[in-house]
Design a protein. Structure first.
Length: 333
């Protein structure tokens, strides 16, 4: 990215196929160069699985205008092979709506930049619930000339069980707090992107599926009650160096889910809404990740599913297939 100072270039970016409301195109994930999440700057409060501190730029002073410039730099560099970028996922390795991480002015400049991007059908940013306020949402919305509810805010619900989320994942919020955030998003004209993890802590495969299914049913019920557009991001857990989860892995107390379990979880979750299956695209120092003897074919199937939302492309056994309805909506409301 010749000609730009390092503060005005993204940490990384990644292009992949996507499907938004039945439109097939490209999804661009941009990891901004940023100071990162204030929640994980303390070892005592960091989420136990999160390794995003490896992607932060805490030693750099990044000016407000740099974040929009980083997005511009990524869009200039990425090859699209003739397909339009219809989905843009913006990550600041933390909370987009936290003023201590990204100022209101920086968010406004990002919004103005997005208004000039043609063809975008969906944009997502992430935040913990406590930073999702009516004021922050309204300020950002005022700068973005995108259709109503084309902006999705990602929230890491991760699991259904409050005790797992609070005590084992160290996220320290309950479903009631999550529920309030959904209402705030709906009132402000946003959609919700809900992160669900597959086997984020030591547990049986059966328990892992139960957590995914229960979380999916809970989100569907709450979002439907609010008429809130929502999408799921299913996150197969991988182990990143220098995390509490890595310490469990090294002691033989944890192993990531198999790729077969991931496809089973995706098939179950698709009952409740559109799903994108994430992998490990962030260039983190990965210690262990989901695997299989059929790794290449399953990864290809996951990519095909993300693009088509067609469950038949997933490599799932006949027992699971018989439980699935053949169709489900691409957008739930």
């Amino acid at each position: 990215m010749k000609g730009r100072p390092i503060t005005h270039t993204p940490r990384s970016f990644h292009l992949s196929p996507t499907n938004v409301e039945g439109v097939i195109g490209k999804r661009l994930m941009v990891i901004l160069r940023s100071p990162g999440c204030i929640y994980f700057r303390s070892e005592n409060t960091a989420c136990t699985f999160c390794g995003f501190r490896h992607l932060t730029s805490s030693q750099l002073e990044i000016p407000d205008e740099a974040y929009a410039e980083q997005l511009a730099a990524a869009l200039e560099q990425v090859p699209t092979d003739g397909q339009s970028i219809i989905e843009l996922n913006i990550y600041n390795s933390g909370n987009f709506f936290c003023d201590a991480e990204l100022s209101a002015r920086a968010r406004h400049l990002v919004g103005e930049f997005l208004s000039g991007c043609n063809g975008l059908l969906a944009v997502s940013v992430d935040s913990r619930p406590e930073f999702i306020t009516s004021t922050n949402l309204a300020e950002f919305r005022s700068a973005v000339a995108l259709p109503q509810q084309a902006i999705f805010v990602g929230i890491g619900l991760e699991v259904f069980d409050d005790s797992i989320r609070e005590n084992l994942l160290n996220k320290h919020f309950r479903r009631s707090t999550f529920r309030n955030s959904l209402a705030t998003l709906q009132n402000a004209g946003y959609g919700a992107l809900i992160y669900i993890m597959v086997k984020p802590v030591p547990m049986s495969d059966e328990d892992a599926l139960d957590q995914v299914i229960s979380a999916g049913a809970f989100v569907q019920e709450e979002a439907s009650r609010l008429s809130l557009p929502y999408r799921f991001a299913l996150e197969p857990t991988f182990v990143v160096e220098d995390t509490p989860l890595a310490r469990l892995y090294r002691r033989g107390l944890y192993s990531p889910p198999t790729l077969e379990l991931v496809t089973q979880a995706a098939a179950r979750l698709a009952h409740f809404g559109p799903v994108n299956i994430g992998l490990w695209e962030e260039e983190l120092p990965v210690l262990a990740k989901p695997d299989s003897n059929s790794r290449d074919s399953i990864l290809a199937a996951i990519q095909a599913f993300n693009c088509s939302q067609d469950l038949s492309v997933l490599l799932i056994d006949d027992t699971i297939q018989s439980d699935l309805s053949p169709e489900f909506p691409l957008i739930c409301s």
